[in-house]
Every structure is written in C-alpha cells, then in structure tokens.
Design a protein around this ligand. Structure first.
Ligand code: 1GP
Length: 250
C-alpha cells in the first residue's frame, strides 16, 4: 500500500528529523518559471516539490508546469489538489486529501470520488492526507468552506487530527493558509504532534529561518513553504528555511 514516494518521505523524515517541501502555485507562474524555482529549491535542500493552488487553473497549464518541473529535478513531484481539475498524469504522486473541517461534503468525499478513477488511470501514487485549516485559513479556507480552527483551540486541532488518523489518513496537514500573517503556533503543533502517530505537515505564512525553526522544534515533520519562493531569491530563501528546520531538530 505504501508507494515509492511515501516511502521516500518517511525515510527522509527518519534520517533528517524534519524536512522541507516547496509548494509551487501553477496559477502564479509560467512553466519555465516553475522549473527554475524547482531546480533552485532542490539544489538548496528541499525534499520534494508540491504543485497546487486554491483556485482555478487549466489542466493544460498544470500539465506543462508538472512536465517542466519533472524535467529538471530528481526529487518527487507531488500534486496538492484543490479540485478534480488539479490532477496531472505527469506527477509522481498526489496528496489524496480530505478537508476534515469543511462543512461541504464535496470537499470531504465528493471531489475524491470524482478524482479517484483518474488517479487510478494515470497510475499516480495516492498518499492519504487529512487536511485541517486553522487560523485565518486564507483562500483555501474560503474555497473549501472550512470552519477554521482558532489558534487558541489546540485541543480542537488535536480532535480533527486524531479523527483523520483513525480514518486511515497517513499524514496530517495543519494549514494556516497561503500567505497567512501568522503561521501555525507552536502550541498547536506541539499538541497535535504529541497525540498523533503519523507525520505532521505544517504550512502557511512561514517566511523566515526563525519561523521554520519554531515549527520544526515544536514537532512538524514536514514544513511547506510557497509564497517565499515566488519573489525570486529562491536559493537564499530555501537554504535559509532548510537551515532553520535542521537546527530546529538538532
Ligand atoms: C499553502 O501551506 C502552504 O497551502 C504554503 O503557504 O504560501 O504561505 O508558504 P505559504
């Protein structure tokens, strides 16, 4: 059941403690820009490339972005879908995710039912993921009709994360929303990490070494950054964040 990409992620978490992933939003880049970002991020120590955004993008453009990224990096390319239109046959794997705190059945199980046959047909590796929107929640929270979990309610984040794990999801993602003013607080990361047995992903609003270090030392196994690489200086920024993650674990 555990495929090659998932095994790779687990192995890297085991050997490094915490790892970094770079998120590329296909809505914001050309396919050439995407491959340039991926190449620099990979050279700077990121462990995988995630591709996805919160709103609409054409499958044609998504395919071009994924293909171009695949051409230049050896690390896995994992889709981070917001809908059934976010599935590209050229990726290695897909976070097969349910938005646990959505009030809309479409984001809990509807889109997954529509997307599953395509995942099968394209031979993509599905990695089961429980997605939980916290804090401001950003565009993902609005589009996904989530009831975001307030930062001062870590026990609610724990309840959602445990429910995801007990349903068989093999990763849990605490999402503050892309560009969030405040990343997920350490107290919430700590509380969730303490209660679940599967790897914990944290993302949204992480822009600095100190913020990456804070998330890693609180127990995040995977730290995702997106916005920070969109304004150039990919090498410097990813190196800075990867360095923060590594020192957070030492
Ligand atoms: C968003 O968690 C990711 O889905 C990354 O957020 O763009 O703020 O880094 P940023």
């Amino acid at each position: 059941m555990v495929g090659a990409v998932e095994k790779y992620l687990l192995d890297r978490i085991n050997s490094e403690g915490s790892i970094h992933m770079t998120l590329i939003d296909p809505e914001k880049v050309t396919s050439l820009q995407a491959s340039a970002i991926a190449q620099k991020a990979s050279a700077s120590g990121t462990s995988a490339i995630m591709i996805g955004g919160s709103t609409f993008v054409s499958v044609k453009h998504l395919d071009a972005v994924v293909k171009n990224v695949k051409r230049v990096v050896k690390i896995p390319v994992i889709l981070f879908p917001n809908n059934v239109t976010s599935i590209s046959r050229y990726a290695d794997a897909i976070w097969f995710m349910s938005l646990i705190n959505s009030v809309d059945p479409y984001f809990l199980m509807g889109a997954q039912v529509l997307g599953a046959p395509l995942v099968k047909r394209y031979g993509l590796e599905p990695i089961p993921l429980g997605y939980i929107i916290v804090g401001e929640g950003g565009t993902a929270g609005i589009v996904g009709k989530a009831v975001p979990i307030p930062y001062d309610k870590p026990e609610l984040a724990v309840a959602h994360a445990l429910a995801g794990q007990y349903l068989g999801m093999r990763f849990i993602y605490l999402e503050a929303g892309s560009g969030a003013k405040k990343p997920v607080p350490q107290e919430m990361i700590r509380a969730v990490r303490h209660c679940i047995d599967v790897p914990l992903i944290v993302g949204g609003g992480i822009k600095s070494r100190a913020q990456a270090l804070a998330a890693a030392s609180a127990g995040a196994d995977i730290i995702v950054t997106g916005n920070v690489v969109e304004n150039g200086q990919v090498k410097d920024k990813v190196s800075e964040i990867v360095d923060g993650i590594r020192s957070g674990k030492s």
